[in-house]
Structure formats: C-alpha cells, structure tokens
Design a protein around this ligand. Structure first.
Ligand code: PNS
Length: 167
C-alpha cells in the first residue's frame, strides 16, 4: 500500500526551506500532496493561483508530488478525503512548537487515523520564513538565496506593482 502524506501550508511564498522539508518527506512517503491553504490569521501577498503556479514550477522535476488547493473547510477532512495518513509540518525553532503541537492534536482529534510528522529543514534555513522573505523582498532586499528563481521573479513583480500602486 502506498504511503501518502499531505504537506499543508500557506506558502506565501514557497521557500527553499519548504522545498527542503518536502524533499525529506519524499524520502519517507511514496506520495506527498502539497496543500495550499489559507490561514485565517494571515494576510496573503500572493493569490492562491499565484502560489500554486510557483509551486507547480518548483516541483516540476520531483517525482511523487502534486499540488492542490484547500479553498474552504478543514484540513483534517481534506486529509481523510485524500486518504493521507500523515500531515507533514516543518519546524525550525522551539517557538514554532506550541502552535504546531496544538494543531497536531486538534487534527488528530478530528481525524484519528492521521499522524503529524515534524521534519526539521537544514539548519541553514532556520531563520527563513515566508513572512520575513515577503518583508525583505518588498523593501528591495536580496532574498535570492532563499527562494527559487521563479519566486524571485514574482516577488520582484509584486514589488513593482505595489510601488506603482502607491505612486
Ligand atoms: O503555513 P502556515 O500558515 O503555518 O499553515 C497553517 C495551515 C494553513 C496549515 C492551517 O492554518 C490550516 O490547516 N488551515 C486550514 C483550516 C484548518 O483545518 N484549520 C484548523 C487547523 S487545526
């Protein structure tokens, strides 16, 4: 039987840290579905379609991965629907853990057959978070070491759009 996992997140945008976690997950699972979901506590810079297009390009060379969008409803229900037995989450620092612990136990309550698997990205990505990438990029800083070139292009485009909008 195939081992299927989902890798959910806001991915606004997908970073090299996310890619590192995804590649580690693919060493454990036969199939991993990246699930782009909205986090009610976050305001997104990129639309769901933009995020999806970037991820599709980034994973084009990887085997056993696909990308889907959870536009409404619970992740636990979606995991059940896809027959996924694991939820992958990347953890970088101890401070990530409280929120992750809460989500993992709630998801288990909602769907007892699912197990959250926490993976640590390479230490060089410890301080890479989508939020800081967005902020630095919108202020004109170079984040090219932390994101795929297609994400870099989209960030540049977004910065130009935002500046044009302001002036
Ligand atoms: O990248 P993020 O923002 O840390 O990802 C959080 C995400 C999107 C995985 C979480 O907010 C989520 O699962 N949202 C879908 C709705 C849901 O099921 N919420 C309850 C989670 S216990």
């Amino acid at each position: 039987m195939k081992r299927t996992a989902i890798y959910p997140g806001t991915f606004d945008p997908f970073t090299n840290g996310h890619l590192d976690v995804l590649e580690r997950a693919l060493n454990i699972f036969d199939e991993v579905t990246v699930v782009i979901a909205e986090n009610s506590q976050k305001n997104a810079l990129f639309s769901i379609d933009e995020r999806k297009a970037m991820i599709v390009e980034i994973i084009s060379e990887l085997k056993g991965v696909d990308v889907r969008v959870l536009s409404s409803g619970l992740l636990a229900d979606y995991a059940r629907q896809l027959g996924a037995t694991a939820i992958i989450r990347g953890v970088r620092q101890v401070k990530d853990f409280e929120y992750e612990f809460q989500m993992s136990l709630l998801n288990r309550h909602l769907y007892p057959e699912v197990t959250t698997v926490f993976l640590m990205p390479n230490v060089k990505y410890t301080y890479v978070a989508s939020s800081i990438i967005r902020e630095v990029a919108m202020l004109g800083g170079d984040v090219s070491k932390f994101v795929h070139p297609c994400v870099m292009d989209m960030l540049d485009r977004k910065r130009t759009e935002l500046h044009e909008h302001k002036s």
